[in-house]
Design a protein around this ligand. Structure first.
Ligand code: AR6
Length: 169
């Protein structure tokens, strides 16, 4: 049910795509910038009504001009060396994103590699945590039948492919 693919998440025709946002939910660089650019200004307008989001949390909006119907905005932890609860917060992001998708009865969802860009979470540590969360937590949400991990670059694709194989596929 979990597929690792390489590409641009803004092109995904899934019910929801996940955004790696910051606490303000008001946009930024990386995948957040790409999602806002592709969705158009109505996405930012809806985000302004949400009052931000805690680290480890998730909030859902429409997808506007994106092919995806919804955007689920999560806030991953900034890597601070591993002693500040980063692993649990990264797990929590994925768990909460699946919960929002499951509560809406969605079938397909695509995730980027949360926290491993600007937030500097080491890729070899983030990939197994993200995949474990997706495998474990999706079991609670029977409508979710398709989960894609959309990797932008070769190193990210390799890390998630390796981690999925290590977890038994
Ligand atoms: N599709 C899929 N993945 C992408 C795309 C895309 N179009 N563009 C970038 N990535 P980052 P973070 C990958 O930095 O570390 C923002 O400014 C990228 O190569 O986007 O959680 C927010 O506003 C990397 O593998 O997110 C926050 O302030 C992954 O997405 C902050 O960055 C995550 O990198 C969040 O930092």
């Amino acid at each position: 049910m979990i597929r690792i693919v390489q590409g641009d998440i803004t092109a995904c025709q899934t019910d929801a795509i996940v955004n790696a946002a910051n606490n303000s939910l008001l946009g930024g660089g990386g995948v957040d910038g790409a999602i806002h650019a592709a969705a158009g200004p109505a996405l930012l307008k809806e985000c302004r009504t949400l009052g931000g989001c805690a680290t480890g949390g998730a909030k859902i909006t429409g997808g506007y001009k994106l092919p995806a119907k919804y955007v689920i905005h999560v806030v991953g932890p900034v890597w601070q060396g591993g002693g500040a609860g980063e692993e649990a917060l990264l797990y929590s992001c994925h768990k909460n994103a699946l919960r929002l998708a499951g509560e809406k009865g969605l079938a397909s969802i695509a995730f980027p590699s949360v926290s491993t860009g600007v937030y500097r979470f080491p890729l070899h540590l983030a990939a197994p945590i993200a995949l474990l969360a997706l495998q474990t937590e999706s079991a609670q949400w029977p409508t979710i039948t398709s989960i894609a991990m959309v990797c932008f670059d070769d190193a990210t694709f390799a890390a998630y492919t390796r981690a999925l194989a290590a977890q038994g596929g």
